[in-house]
Design a protein around this ligand. Structure first.
Ligand code: NAP
Ligand code: HSE
Length: 596
């Protein structure tokens, strides 16, 4: 591999392959997007290789034979690859909804070459440099599997060909691993549906995998992986275990615990409704208590015919001590006392409520520690942008000097609307309608929401507890017409920027300001509800960005916390998360977007 290519490779790169067994219907793209999100939030860049929706390739062959009758394999290959092209676009749409920065590429945009029989070809090359360059602005590249560009047009790779695409990508891009996501949690010695004695394997070698996997993994892909020393993982969506296929001795693995976790969701607004939708999309894993709201009838009418039920009685929602309580009500009155009591009663707490976390982080952490339970609040800062996870990673390996960012999606949205000529009141109303704004939007406009987030960041970056009301804030309302006109005339861009720094003596300073940024500034280009962060270390600055508010990005972060707790249970350890599957030993190349 040429040196310049090696330099471009993100520090941790994984290839995830989603086959038709996990892409059975359009709703499944949201589940797949979540699986991708959990890898990116752990610091990996992802190449997602997708198959067609289940049944689509057969249907295309069928219609091809009907229309064409004895038509050429070359034309048939051109037709049947359409299932994968459509699937890649659907995956891109699901990722975009969740605010995960991504790019969808077709084979001709990646220089993905193939050769051989039109319906049973092999891949022969990839323009790796071109593919990797997309990671400068995206965390995920989505690629259709199953076909490549032959000399005389597109050719397909045979049944199960998407496995081969994934293995070849891992090889050519120098990925750390390739994970084939199936509807079973690994390779078994026999079909577990037919033989209850079948044993799940933790690892096995290539030749044995080719024998026992019986089509679970395409044989051509296994042998190609063997030839190029690519380790294949076979896993189910969201599971803590995988089977590794490599140059390894066979080893049987544990059978994951089963059983559903009882989850109580408090609140069914912009965030809570998104979280419920994720929970309902995993029916075998969670048992949902009645959702706590103020007006149960309104919500029951709105959701219509689903299995969700609603209550306005906290005792109903929290009956029998749920395993996990998810707080998405907001406010610092009832939500604050309840957050403490549910931990005291022995539930794990997943909260989106930055105001409560900012006020009580030490108290809540202490309660969780005393009870052997987890306190999670990824969504409280950055919406779907995993900024707290990034800061934790960086702070564990280096000294964080400062964090600055646009961390209120509503203000960013409002500034965009004002630039486009909207009135302030209309811009605020639109942010409320879209589910970005707080229940009281003056919290956003006056900088108090950003101050809450900054207080949490200070705790993670510097280990210092700072009360949010000690953070000075400039309000968007403080802008006068003269300043707005002057900034517009100079071609600068208004942003609400929250910033915290630590001096060598350990003195922390934090403030929220309205700043006029040069358009070339790394935070100036954020649009709509975008959030962006610059984390400065002694020798470099890491930048991340994404959607910082709204139902789906926020629900992604909340649900990732829930799934982490669920994986800990499945792995037999309810108190802590399982050991990260891919712990990062270095962090140099995990930055997203521009590096200042
Ligand atoms: P929301 O749309 O106003 O929804 C709040 C929900 O909580 C509603 O269903 C409401 O019930 C229920 N609720 C509120 N107070 C209650 C009480 N005392 N008793 C019972 N139910 C109550 O709020 P949201 O935008 O989803 O935000 C929720 C939390 O997530 C807030 O802490 C917010 O800061 C945080 N957050 C929001 C976003 C975002 O983009 N929206 C992003 C990150 C974090 P009714 O509908 O019956 O009134
Ligand atoms: N109101 C908040 C915002 C929600 O606009 O950023 C996300 O925390």
């Amino acid at each position: 591999m040429p040196l310049d290519l090696e330099a471009r490779k993100p520090l941790k790169l994984c290839v995830l392959k989603f086959g038709s067994s996990v892409l059975q219907k359009p709703d499944d793209y949201a589940r797949a997007a979540h699986e991708i999100y959990r890898h990116t939030r752990g610091g990996e860049k992802v190449v997602a290789v997708v198959s067609a929706l289940q049944g689509e390739t057969d249907a295309l062959f069928g219609v091809g034979h009907t229309v064409g009758q004895n038509c050429s394999d070359r034309l048939m290959a051109r037709l049947v690859r359409c299932g994968e092209i459509k699937s890649a676009a659907l995956m891109g749409l699901a990722l975009q909804r969740s605010g995960i920065p991504s790019a969808v590429l077709d084979p001709h945009e990646m220089g993905l070459k193939a050769d051989g029989e039109p319906l049973d070809a092999n891949l022969t090359g990839l323009d790796a440099d071109r593919v990797l360059s997309h990671f400068e602005s995206a965390d995920v590249i989505v690629a259709p599997g199953f076909f490549g560009e032959g000399v005389e047009g597109p050719v397909t790779l045979g049944r199960g060909g998407t496995d081969l695409t994934a293995v070849e990508f891992a090889h050519w891009l120098g990925a750390d691993r390739v994970r084939l996501i199936k509807d079973v949690d690994g390779v078994y010695t026999d079909d577990p549906a037919r033989n209850p004695e079948a044993v799940r394997l933790d690892q096995l070698d290539y030749d044995e995998a080719a024998k026992v996997s019986r089509g679970l993994v395409q044989e051509k892909a296994i042998f190609r992986a063997r030839d190029n020393r690519v380790v294949i993982e076979v896993a189910a969506l969201g599971r803590p275990f995988a089977t590794r296929i490599g140059a390894v001795k066979r080893r049987a693995g544990p059978v994951p615990n089963t059983g559903r976790l009882r989850v109580a969701v408090l609140g069914h607004g912009a965030v809570g409704a998104g979280v419920c939708s994720h929970l309902l999309a995993h029916p075998g894993r969670f048992e949902l208590a009645p959702v706590l709201v103020r007006d149960p009838d309104k919500h029951a009418r709105a959701v219509g015919d689903t299995v969700l039920s609603f209550t306005d009685d906290p005792a109903d929602a929290l009956a029998n001590t749920p395993d996990i309580v998810v707080e998405t009500m907001g406010g610092t009155g009832f939500a604050r006392s309840l957050s403490q009591s549910v931990l005291r009663d022995g539930s794990h707490l997943v909260s989106a409520n930055k105001a409560v976390v900012a006020l009580d982080i030490d108290r809540l952490q202490e309660l969780a520690r005393q009870q052997g339970r987890q306190l999670r609040y990824s969504a409280a800062v950055g919406g779907g942008v995993p900024i707290l996870e990034l800061i934790d990673l960086l702070a564990a390996n280096d000294t964080v000097l400062s964090v600055e960012g646009v961390m209120n999606g509503t203000c960013n949205f409002i500034f965009g609307q004002l630039r486009a000529g909207a009135r302030l009141a209309d811009a605020i109303a639109e942010a409320q309608r879209l589910g970005f704004a707080e229940a009281d939007p003056s919290t956003d406009v006056d900088g108090l929401d950003a101050a809450d987030k900054l207080a949490i960041i200070v705790r993670h970056a510097f280990g210092v507890t700072l009360a949010p009301d000690r953070i000075p804030c400039e309000s968007l309302n403080d802008l006068d017409h003269h300043r707005i006109r002057a900034v517009n005339e100079e071609g600068l861009v208004f942003k609400q920027v929250a910033r915290c720094t630590v001096s060598p003596e350990g003195q922390v300073e934090a403030r929220v300001d309205i700043e006029a940024l040069d358009p070339a500034h790394p935070l100036a280009g954020l649009v709509n509800e975008g959030n962006g962060f610059l984390v400065r270390l002694p020798h470099r600055t890491i930048a991340v960005h994404g959607k910082g508010a709204g139902r789906w990005p926020t629900a992604e972060a909340v649900f990732a916390d829930i799934m982490d707790i669920q994986r800990a249970y499945l792995a037999g350890n309810a108190e802590t998360s399982p050991v990260p599957e891919n712990p990062l030993s270095h962090i140099r190349r995990i930055s997203t977007g521009s590096v200042a």
